[in-house]
Design a protein around this ligand. Structure first.
Ligand code: NAP
Length: 271
């Protein structure tokens, strides 16, 4: 029986939850020849490592910090990855690559019954995760304001995505009128879990939904603030699982067992 190897390349890679999610999914579907490994990959050997993995018959890899943009010249990035400007999933059998963060985010919104069509959305952040969120939200028919510490980065994000009709760069006042707030900054992430991207007195609409992409901790300070103000808060673990599910299906040709992957990720986080 040939081993079917998949994994994640990054630097560092210790904290990745992807191996527990994927290995639990392989086990649940009886895919005994499949396994998923952490592949520590320093930036200076990125190109060579990809070639070696391909030569050794590795089926596919996820890509994490700091390689998501850097791998672009070495793979056949699809239209979504090119629009977002980053790759997080590669099929090494044909060197095709995509970015599954937008699908993961939109899929998890849908799983929570949130349809952003026609909504006013404030996306906090202008990095890779924000870019994926804005891409998915605009495709789904939302009106998006990008709120970022460095406003130039928000303006650059909008220009790069080319969505100038339905996306604007804005200040924190966009949060006041938003139906949906998305935290795509790293603020609130462990170990600085006492921080929030919003001040305590930030006015939000009654019934606002907040999606916090941060998943460590499971309940962030921002989520507590939103709930205290009568809103609904959703943490980012489901997005992580659903972006991973895209790669799982691409590599194995099988639907991903989402519930199994979510349970495995929660257990690994100690929830
Ligand atoms: P990134 O490209 O480094 O972008 C970080 C963003 O956070 C930038 O907009 C940055 O603003 C902002 N930021 C950082 N520190 C800040 C501070 N102290 N105050 C205000 N803004 C600050 O990172 P990324 O890849 O987009 O990831 C962002 C977050 O999303 C991370 O927490 C990551 O774990 C999470 N994420 C989750 C998933 C998931 O599946 N749930 C997937 C991807 C990412 P400036 O432009 O001003 O620097």
């Amino acid at each position: 029986m040939t081993d079917m190897i998949t994994g994640v390349i990054g630097f560092p890679i210790d904290h990745s939850l992807s191996p527990v999610m994927h290995n639990a999914a392989f086990a649940a579907l009886g895919l005994t020849e499949w396994r998923y490994e952490k592949m520590l990959t320093p930036p200076d050997v990125l190109r060579h490592s990809l070639k070696e993995l391909r030569n050794h018959g590795v089926v596919g890899v996820n890509v994490t910090i700091p390689h998501k943009r850097a791998v672009m010249p070495f793979v056949r990035a699809d239209a979504i990855a090119r629009a977002i400007g980053a790759v997080n999933t590669i099929d090494l059998r044909d060197n095709s690559a995509t970015n599954s963060d937008a699908a993961g985010f939109m899929g998890d919104l849908q799983a929570h019954g949130v349809d952003p069509r026609g909504m006013r959305v404030a996306v906090l952040g202008a990095g890779g995760a924000a870019r994926a969120a804005v891409y998915g939200l605009v495709e789904a028919g939302a009106w998006v304001s990008v709120v970022n510490r460095t406003p130039e980065n928000a303006i650059e994000l909008i220009a790069n995505l080319g969505f100038t009709d339905s996306v604007t760069a804005a200040g924190l006042d966009a949060v006041e009128t938003a139906d949906l707030i998305v935290n795509a900054t790293s603020v609130g992430m462990m170990p600085r879990s006492d921080e929030s991207p919003l001040p305590d007195d930030a006015p939000v609409r009654t019934g606002v939904v907040c999606y916090d992409m941060v998943y460590r901790p499971a309940r962030t300070r921002l989520m507590a603030q939103i709930e205290a103000g009568g809103g609904r808060a959703i943490g980012g673990l489901g997005m992580l699982v659903r972006q991973g599910a895209v790669g799982f299906t691409l590599w194995t040709g099988q639907p991903a067992p989402i519930a199994v992957m979510l349970d495995a990720a929660k257990s690994a986080l100690g929830d």
